[in-house]
Design a protein around this ligand. Structure first.
Ligand code: ADP
Ligand code: MG
Length: 207
């Protein structure tokens, strides 16, 4: 569960978030729509612990989150996929995956990569795949680590139509039952994936 109350964030003179309130119930996928520059990524970074709000209260699973991002039970994908170049796509996907058995891990990587349409690329390195493929690998990695909360920052932007459809279907299947906050500037994506949608405008959410 994510609960944000009165979150305010300023960069110098610029107030990006102003008293923002949001609740994402356990197992729910909520999307936030907003124009470029409206503060979507800033909000996700605050929830992930990568940035600090100037005011407001955040609860994850009903409790104040650990200050360290790695201890928050949150996984996040970024607009620009961040993969380890010295690891294969498979090892990238399994980085942070709690499964221990070798066979189980293999199967997990194959399952997620298959659903995301990158099943043929598991033995390649990130510099041997396209940007859209890397984006899907990063999405698979975020899902594989099975944290309580999943934050997706424009996960389908810059994907061609076919990859986008595959990735959206994968999110629908793989994230069912997970607590997911997805931000996008695409109304179509938001409508397709979530029951609950908000618009981020002038630092606040509108239903
Ligand atoms: P979105 O993800 O909705 O496109 P962002 O959260 O990235 O928007 O940015 C919101 C606003 O905050 C933008 O005007 C951006 O320029 C500004 N901003 C983001 N990060 C910083 C930063 N580290 N320093 C100063 N301004 C920033
Ligand atoms: Mg952004």
């Amino acid at each position: 569960m994510i609960r944000a109350q009165g979150i305010t964030k300023r960069y110098g003179e610029l107030t990006v978030l102003e008293g923002l309130c949001l609740t994402v119930e356990p197992g729910e996928l909520v999307s936030i729509l907003g124009e470029s520059g409206s503060g979507k990524s800033t909000l996700l970074r605050i929830i992930a612990g990568l940035e600090e709000a100037d005011a407001g209260r955040l609860l994850l699973g009903g409790k104040p989150p650990a200050p360290e991002p790695g201890k928050r039970g949150v996984s996040m994908t970024f607009q620009e996929p961040a993969l380890w170049n010295h690891m294969t796509v498979e090892d990238n996907i399994l980085y942070g995956c709690p499964l221990r058995g070798r066979q189980q891990r293999r199967e997990q990587a194959a399952l997620l990569a298959g659903r995301l349409g990158i099943g043929e690329l598991l033995k390649r390195y990130p510099y041997e795949i396209s940007g859209g493929q890397a984006k899907r690998a990063a999405l698979a990695r975020a899902i594989a680590c099975r944290k309580s909360v999943l934050l997706l920052d424009e996960p389908f932007a810059n994907l061609d139509e076919k990859s986008k459809a595959i990735a959206m279907e994968a999110v629908r299947q793989c994230c069912a039952g997970m607590t997911v906050l997805l931000v996008t500037h695409s109304r179509e994506e938001a409508e397709c994936l979530s029951q609950k949608r908000y618009q981020l405008e002038r630092g606040r959410l509108y239903g």
